[in-house]
Design a protein around this ligand. Structure first.
Ligand SMILES: NC(=O)c1ccc[n+]([C@@H]2O[C@H](COP(=O)([O-])OP(=O)(O)OC[C@H]3O[C@@H](n4cnc5c(N)ncnc54)[C@H](O)[C@@H]3O)[C@@H](O)[C@H]2O)c1
Length: 644
């Protein structure tokens, strides 16, 4: 199946058919209402400032939503503002930094179509002109009010002769302009809609990038979430191949708010749900979703994926990805990312803490005191300095623990089934048995593959030194619990820290039953090795980072199911991303198409895994549209995307 995407729409509409674009200023061209900012400047240092600013905002909103007339709102605000000519340079400087993102991105459109663009605003020409002309708008196409000043330069009102100072002023301006073609109005406020209502515009687009006024949206012919979105809807050249405001992100299971913020900042439409969804609920929710974020409780099954036709990527805001049908994701060209080491440090710190507590026999001493006892003695209390720490599994956590433990003066030994680079002064053991024979403290950090079930049982415990400290913060099934209990009871193990169990309660209300309960010098923790506020923030930052790199740039570095490609930033080119079933000859077919159309290729990247191939081709911006259609039509194409 091929996912189709709109073609780039690079061709401008021929001038004769081109409509006139009438664009509002406040909260459309800029992110803010300029008079609010003027108030912040003019009232700076006055005790009543916050109160007055609040009043100004309320009046602005009432005017914008049509609750009070425009002239009334302007009069009321100017009275409160106490503005002066001297305040304008600071206002202009501030507004320059508050131009709407999508307007900044589309300077090319504004400049190229300047003949057909008008700024019509109830704001003031004094500050509007420098802002809009900086993006190519023609000065004589700017219509706005002008201030009146007293002899000292204080703003005392507005020019009453200007039609824009009166109710219905925008319509009057358009009527006077007599444009003689189609007119599209883009704005966030009621006065913009009025142009359409008075029959002087063919379409009104409610612009919602900065503010969404329901009463205005309700009346609009179309909603434009951004200027890119407007340009996309009108098949005009734009800065984003596919407007981000049209990309829906669904985040489940209470992922950290930082993730929500990152996606929103990027301009995506984000929906959040606190809970996990079951299969049927997810099937319903996923239909129009492009990016899905989950944690461990949502299962992404083949049935769910059958209904996920817009889905481009899945972010697992956790370490494991067992809850996701990765094969089906791959077959459907959906890239999956997780957060493999966002909580590594948290696990390491808990391990270090437990090692120190256990080797000092703090747990039985503390328990005794809770029962009124007092055992002041140094017996069975040791320092960690100089002790031999044996790490089984030298991956993300094992290596990090190796470094921190050395800093505390421990001698580190490790064993891994894969040949790993020893960090610092750590020593590699040839076999697990070698490690067991030498270590004073043994800590498990292997992954949870099924071959590792009961990796530690009676034999392994018997090979350890007497009085060893033993930690498992990796996976529950790796340790044979009866064997561990036996080793603790026999004194082979002097202290143990266990965070993970073969059977763990599913909720906080379920009882924890284990033969490890009530054993001396054993620290039990409820699988919280990686659970810290910092880890949650790290995951919340890390996963969106990966997803955004993929969506914006095509990079798949760190994907759990896609061939990994780290791509250069896209500059001055169009990027064609082609995902296909890994059968021979696809690259040749693609390149035959490029050759046929004399495409100038800037760069090409290919990587495959057993199931799919991923080819990225950067091409010069000018090319025939048919190329895209032909690439999508190649047999075994799974997904095609275009970035520019
Ligand atoms: N307690 C928690 O809350 C928590 C949090 C995070 C991770 N974990 C668990 O910690 C473990 C380690 O995580 P990681 O991020 O370091 O994983 P990782 O994949 O980076 O490292 C695992 C290492 O174990 C090695 N290994 C696998 N089987 C082995 C064996 N039989 N003998 C020796 N080495 C073996 C692998 O080669 C790899 O180097 C995982 O099981 C993970 O699920 C637990």
């Amino acid at each position: 199946m091929t996912t189709t995407e709109p073609t780039p729409g690079q061709r401008a509409v021929p001038p004769a058919e081109q409509p006139y674009y009438v664009i509002d200023f406040d909260s459309t061209f800029t992110k803010v209402e300029a008079l609010d900012i003027l108030g912040e400047i003019s009232l700076a240092g006055r005790p009543e400032r916050d109160d007055v600013l609040h009043q100004i905002k309320t009046i602005t909103d009432r005017g914008m939503s049509g609750e009070i007339s425009f002239t009334e709102s302007l009069n009321l605000r100017l009275d409160l503002l106490k503005a002066h000519r001297n305040h304008l340079p600071a206002l202009i400087e501030s507004l320059m930094g508050k131009i709407s993102d999508s307007f900044q991105r589309n300077k090319e459109f504004l400049t190229e179509h300047a003949d057909h663009i008008y700024i019509v605003s109830n704001g003031f020409r004094e500050f509007i002109l420098p802002i809009v002309t900086s993006l190519g708008i023609q000065a004589e196409h700017v219509f706005a009010n002008t201030f009146l000043y007293d002899e000292n330069g204080a703003v005392i009102g507005f020019d009453p002769q200007n039609p824009l100072s009166a109710n219905g002023g925008k319509s009057q301006v358009i009527r006077d302009l007599n444009l003689g073609g189609e007119v599209y109005v883009i704005g966030d406020g009621y006065t913009d809609y009025e142009i359409r209502a008075s029959g002087l515009a063919n379409r009104f687009y409610a612009f919602t990038e900065n503010v969404l006024r329901p009463s205005v949206v309700e009346k609009a012919d179309h909603v434009a979430h951004s200027l890119d979105d407007f340009l996309y809807q009108n098949n005009l050249s734009r800065s984003q191949s596919y407007p981000k405001s049209r990309i829906k992100v669904l985040l489940l299971e209470n992922v950290h708010p930082v993730a929500v913020q990152l996606f929103e900042q990027e301009g995506f439409k984000v929906e959040i749900r606190k809970e996990a969804l079951d299969e049927d609920e997810l099937i319903e929710a996923i239909r129009d979703v492009s990016i899905l974020g989950i944690r461990s409780k949502t299962n992404i099954t083949a049935r769910v994926l059958e209904n996920a036709n817009k889905l481009m990527a899945v972010g697992a805001f956790c370490i494991g990805t067992n809850q996701i049908d990765l094969d089906t994701c791959t077959q459907k060209g959906i890239a999956v990312f997780n957060a493999p080491y966002s909580n590594t440090r948290s696990v390491v710190e808990l391990a270090i803490g437990e090692i120190i507590m256990l080797i000092r026999s703090i747990v039985p001493k503390s328990n005794l005191m809770h029962n009124g006892g007092w055992d002041k003695s140094a017996k069975n209390s040791f320092e960690v300095r100089g002790k031999k720490l044996g790490l089984v599994g030298y991956g993300n956590i094992g290596t990090q623990l190796s470094v921190v433990a050395e800093a505390l003066g421990m001698e580190v030994y490790f064993y891994d089934i894969v040949d790993k680079l020893a960090l610092g002064n750590a020593r590699k053991c040839k076999s697990l048995d070698d490690l067991l024979a030498v270590a004073d403290i043994i800590s498990l950090h292997t992954d949870g593959r099924k071959e590792n079930k009961n990796l530690f049982s009676y034999r392994e415990f018997s090979l350890m030194k007497n009085g060893v400290i033993f930690l498992n913060l990796s996976r529950g099934h790796i340790v044979d619990i009866p064997a561990l209990v036996d080793a603790i009871e026999r004194g082979k193990i002097a202290g143990a820290g266990v965070d993970v169990f073969p059977l763990e309660p599913k909720t906080n209300n379920e009882e924890f039953s284990s033969a490890l309960r009530k054993l001396p010098n054993v620290i039990l923790t409820p699988h919280i090795g990686g659970s810290t506020e910092e880890a949650q923030v790290n995951i919340g930052n890390f996963v969106p980072g990966k997803l955004l790199e993929y969506i914006n740039n095509g990079s798949t570095y760190g994907s759990v199911n896609f061939p990994e490609l780290q791509l250069p930033m896209l500059k001055g080119a169009h990027r064609l991303l082609h995902i296909h079933a890994n059968v021979p000859g696809i690259l040749a077919k693609m390149n035959a198409i490029f050759a046929n159309y004399h495409i100038n290729i800037h760069g090409q990247y290919l990587k495959t895994n057993e199931q799919i191939g991923y080819v990225i081709t950067d091409v010069a911006k000018e090319y025939a549209h048919e190329v895209v259609e032909e690439l999508k039509g190649i047999d075994n194409t799974i997904k095609f995307r275009l970035l520019f």
